[in-house]
Design a protein around this ligand. Structure first.
Ligand code: GLA
Length: 728
């Protein structure tokens, strides 16, 4: 609910469990007065203190009042160069060379439903499920108008923000920085939690108290990156899974980003989140508008678990768009780890036949099917089948796969070009690169200049043709290198600072076109695994390959970190062969299944090589997955015990909305002789219900399971449990 007090100029956003408030003061400064656990009513600007602080300057309107300073007041959207020395949200470069941005309130407007952002992904809702508030600020000298957009989704405690910036003057204005979100906290007694790592080790949780100064994570790789995720948290130092106030903020964006937190001189803190200012410079001609990507925030008064469940709900109900949001996704087998580049039609059909016999529903042909690609050094851009490997092309192969009772899916990497390709021979300038510099290659390949409509048009036509030549019901959209030498032949020198962002807009444009070409096709996002696992991509691709690391024990940590913001149903997770490619570790098939089944499930191996006993287990897993799909897809997710390879088993629980059913998953790490007796306290059950646990005779009261716990059997190293709890 949005409550506007127009006389006092107070704006309050109420969600089920939280309150957010701002106030435009007597000078038109938009002050942030509160964000936290729900408060019923009132003007919270009484929390703001005014004091004469040395070296904190006073704006002109304050006259000689030395207690009024932009440097000490909590700002809703900080300017720059005008007396607030903390993290800026907006930095302008005006035609006179000045870099001042100084914003004042000019008006507000409330709308039913949720605003949309042209060309950018954003949360959405039917008119009766969300509201929009637009607050307008203006820098009168620069003649720049800033519209602050707020979307309020009461049920899931979600508040979204985006900013629209308009040049209302007669001369060009350059944007040097335009954050999507600025959030001031009265106290810096907060921990900063980020999700970091690298290729094959994405989204490990890191927690640290704020120290004086600015601490930040971000990406200048052109993609949101394996190294840092565009989702961060701030929380009370005592907060944990079930207690304490915590804040989560995600950028709904897939390119360069920066999440920065400053612990300032008076022990207050500021968070800004938005496009990374590195090499960002956007020219606004008179009348032009720039829209920032959207940021999404959820505050939980009751720990991380509740915040995650609210994010999961928000993503499932208000960000994932197509039929696949509700439809069960097929169990797939992917050819990559089974065949790499070394295959032909008979080999693929053998893999597919084995998989079909075991109940797999979708066969995905990964890399190596196009141009003359036999390794990763050629052919990206030449999106037609290699008839030497696949006589009769994709159409013939897809028909044979379909005849086995399976759907057919295909890997593509449409943002890339190999120098050894017909496309590059014809259009060398379609790769991002200043002509004066030699190429920097990544995985032997270059990045196409998606800022150019003709480049996107070429790729769109190639994909359209592909989708017509074969019945393709799934696409894996990959992106396998970071951007370097970022320069477009189509833009003048003074606009090169726009290329990173225009690239991302180009990717979104093409994804939208491909979705429209083939509305029922399931698209899985991928960037060398989880290099672009973000809410921007999820708007177009309802699942994302979580990591190229398919080792089940490593995956526990990756899926755990990912679960803080993203629902299990969005995480591509496959069972692969042992010993594992990346780690050399051998984990029982049962455990590989337990881990992968808590994501969008599939296999990535030659199923024909399995002994009969394991084939039966695969049949069983597929049946199990189908049975548990609904619960994993739409149930609530509880983290019970975090991954710790040398300690207690990792455990999590999926609980149905009516709390009548739950699925308990437990995976043991390293085991030492003489292990302790372990009891696991469950969460989210109905304390008054009696649950029967798979295979057991006894009934367990919900309160016993949650307060006293469930006794775990002694588990061997890497052994797992997958137990159903059903209320009677
Ligand atoms: C990336 C993907 C893998 C696979 C290969 C193919 O690394 O993450 O799953 O598709 O590309 O080249």
């Amino acid at each position: 609910m949005i409550i506007q007090d127009e006389t006092k100029r107070i704006f309050t956003l109420q969600t089920c469990n939280t309150t957010y408030q701002m106030k435009a003061d007597q000078n038109g400064l938009l002050l942030h007065t509160y964000y936290g656990p729900k408060i019923r009513e009132g003007d919270l600007s009484r929390l703001i203190r005014y004091a004469d602080r040395g070296f904190s300057p006073n704006p002109n309107e304050a006259g000689n009042d030395r207690t009024y300073s932009l440097d000490t007041l909590p700002q809703e959207y900080s300017g720059s160069g005008a007396g607030d020395f903390r993290l800026p949200s907006l930095e302008l470069e005006l035609s006179d060379g000045s870099h001042v941005a100084d914003l004042r309130y000019t008006g507000s407007q409330q709308e039913r439903g949720k605003y949309a952002l042209e060309g950018l992904p954003s949360f959405f809702a039917p008119e009766d499920q969300a509201e929009t508030l637009v607050i307008t600020l203006e820098d009168a000298v620069a003649q720049v108008r800033v519209e602050m957009l707020y979307g309020v989704f009461e049920d899931c405690d979600l508040i979204t923000r985006a900013v629209r910036i308009t040049n209302r003057g007669g001369k060009p204005v350059r944007l040097r920085r335009a954050a999507s979100l600025c959030l001031d906290f009265p106290s810096a007694q907060l921990d900063f939690i980020t999700f970091d790592g690298g290729h094959v080790k994405e989204r490990g949780l890191n927690r640290t108290p704020l120290r004086p100064g600015i601490q930040s994570v971000g990406s200048i790789r052109g993609i949101s990156s394996h190294q840092h995720n565009p989702f961060i948290m701030l929380c009370e130092p005592s907060a944990d899974e079930d207690h304490g106030t915590c804040y989560g903020a995600a950028l709904v964006y897939s390119g360069n980003f920066e999440a920065a937190v400053e612990r300032a001189q008076f022990e207050d803190a500021r968070l800004t989140l938005g496009i990374h200012p590195f090499h960002f410079c956007w020219t606004l001609e008179p009348g032009e508008v720039f829209t920032t990507p959207e940021a999404a925030m959820i505050c939980s008064p009751r720990g991380f678990g509740q915040m995650s469940r609210q994010f999961h709900r928000a993503v499932r109900e208000h960000l994932l768009r197509d039929v696949w949001r509700d439809r069960r996704k097929p169990v797939l087998v992917n050819s990559w780890e089974a065949a790499y580049f070394d295959f032909d039609t008979p080999k693929l059909l053998r893999l597919a036949r084995e998989a079909a016999n075991l109940g797999v529903e979708l066969f995905v042909l990964d890399d190596g099917w196009f141009g003359h690609r036999d390794d990763d050094s050629s052919s990206l851009g030449d999106w037609w089948a290699n008839e030497k490997k696949l006589p009769g092309g994709l159409g013939a192969l897809a028909t044979e796969i379909n005849a086995l009772g399976m759907e057919f899916g295909l890997w593509i990497e449409p943002e890339m070009v190999s120098e050894d390709s017909q496309l590059y021979q014809k259009h060398p300038d379609w790769a991002l690169n200043p002509p004066s510099r030699p190429h920097t290659r990544g995985r032997c390949q270059l990045v196409l200049d998606y800022t150019r409509p003709e480049v996107r048009e070429y790729v769109a036509q190639a994909l359209e043709k592909l989708l017509k030549t074969a019945h393709i019901s799934y696409l894996k959209w990959d992106m396998n290198r970071a951007l370097t030498q970022v320069w477009s032949a189509a833009l003048p020198s003074e606009r090169q600072g726009e290329v990173y962002h225009r690239y991302v807009l180009g990717v979104y444009d093409l994804l939208e076109r491909v979705r429209a070409m083939s509305p029922g096709t399931l698209i899985e996002g991928c960037s060398g695994g989880g290099g672009r696992f973000d809410m921007g991509m999820l708007y177009y691709t309802p699942q994302i390959w979580c990591s190229d690391n398919t080792d089940a024990i490593d995956r526990l940590r990756i899926q755990y970190g990912t679960s803080f913001a993203y629902p299990p149903s969005t995480m591509g997770a496959h069972v692969s062969a042992v010993p594992n490619e990346q780690t050399g570790r051998s984990v029982p098939l049962e455990t590989r299944g337990t881990v992968a089944m808590s994501g969008t499930f599939g296999y990535e191996m030659d199923l024909g090589t399995l002994p009969e006993e394991e084939k039966n287990l695969v049949r069983h897993q597929i049946r199990d997955y189908r049975e548990s799909y609904q619960l994993i897809q739409s149930g609530d997710y509880y983290r019970l015990s975090p991954p710790s390879p040398d300690g207690a088993p990792t455990a999590w629980l999926h609980v149905s909305q009516d709390r009548r059913e739950a699925l308990l998953c437990v995976v043991s790490g390293q085991v030492h002789a003489g292990p302790p007796f372990r009891c696991l306290r469950l969460k989210g059950l109905d304390p008054e219900k009696q649950y029967r646990v798979t295979g057991g005779e006894e009934l367990w009261p919900g309160d016993v399971l949650m307060e006293a716990g469930f006794p775990l059997p002694m588990l061997r190293e890497y052994q797992s449990l997958r137990l159903w709890l059903k209320a009677e």
